[in-house]
Design a protein around this ligand. Structure first.
Ligand SMILES: [Zn+2]
Length: 290
């Protein structure tokens, strides 16, 4: 696309509030790869679901991080990052403002970039906490396929029923996502919390920054590609609900209509999905949408 037509597109975006934002239009919903995202998200038959989801969450975060880096680039004109407290005084997307919980668990509005930085720190803390993510997911592929073992070397073995150090719930024979791979009982709610926060970041990237910088640096297809993969995994494994994706629903509907995302399955989410407010253990906690 020529510079001139890019400028026209930018001008039109600023003028018109009646038309849907550019990122909700079919002509801008394209991707950088022609692939089947459903195949990419599908769990290999012999891999345990907890292992697979841990691998997916780490991978999804890696992709999101690359997109977030784009809004942190210093704008030469202003000398400030593209997303800064003046441009984005709150973590907002399409009428939603996401609040953070302060030390007293009181919801507070903070600039988007501060919110995103806190989310990143919080997610990295979770991923690197071996009591939450006992698998060394960076060696996931090698450990899974090269050695023929489904349990990476660094993962603790599941506790046997006679281990007196095991939690009572284990002794009582309770089951949960990832239990057989050594993941804690909170794993399911942890990855849902991570997914919810990542969704908010994507919503802000689109609603706050699709034009500047993603359109301007011609990275909007990369953004779409990361996001469709994120949504696909989230929907397939029910890590994310309709309410959370609402700010991006029109784009998701476009992709659904093209058959790029699986149709709604209409299945009841697993029991742990009902756990709504999972506060991270550290002092600052992601809040809820207001
Ligand atoms: Zn921003």
């Amino acid at each position: 696309m020529s510079l001139e037509s890019q400028q026209q597109a930018a001008d039109a975006a600023q003028q018109s509030n009646r038309k849907p934002p550019f990122f909700f239009r079919e002509e801008y919903a394209g991707l950088i790869v022609r692939g089947n995202f459903m195949t990419l998200a599908a769990k290999p038959e012999l891999v345990e679901t907890g292992e697979w989801l841990a691998h997916q969450v780490v991978e999804q975060y890696r992709l999101l991080e690359q997109m977030i880096d784009i809004i942190k680039v210093i704008d030469e004109k202003t000398g400030a990052p593209v997303c800064n407290p003046n441009v984005c005084p709150t973590m907002s997307a399409s009428g939603h403002t996401y609040t953070w919980l302060d030390n007293n668990k009181k919801p507070i509005k903070i600039p988007a970039i501060q919110y995103i930085n806190l989310v990143q720190k919080w997610i990295v803390g979770k991923i690197n906490d071996s009591s939450i993510f006992p698998t060394d997911t960076t060696s996931f592929a090698a450990a899974t396929y090269a050695s023929g073992s489904l349990t990476p070397m660094s993962a603790p073995q599941p506790l046997g029923p006679t281990n007196l150090n095991a939690p009572l719930s284990t002794l009582a024979g309770r089951d949960w996502l990832g239990k057989s791979s050594g993941f804690p009982e909170s794993f399911d709610s942890d990855i849902r919390s991570i997914y919810r926060q990542m969704m908010r970041c994507y919503a802000h990237l689109y609603h706050g920054h699709w034009l500047d910088p993603f359109w301007n640096v011609n990275a909007y297809k990369e953004l779409n590609t990361c996001f469709i993969h994120f949504v696909n995994v989230g929907k397939l494994f029910e890590l994310i609900g309709d309410k959370e994706v609402e700010p991006m629903q029109p784009l998701i509907d476009l992709w659904l209509a093209k058959g790029l995302l699986p149709p709604a399955q209409g299945q009841a989410p697993p029991p742990a999905a009902k756990q709504e407010n999972v506060a991270p253990p550290q002092q600052s906690a992601p809040g809820t949408a207001t």
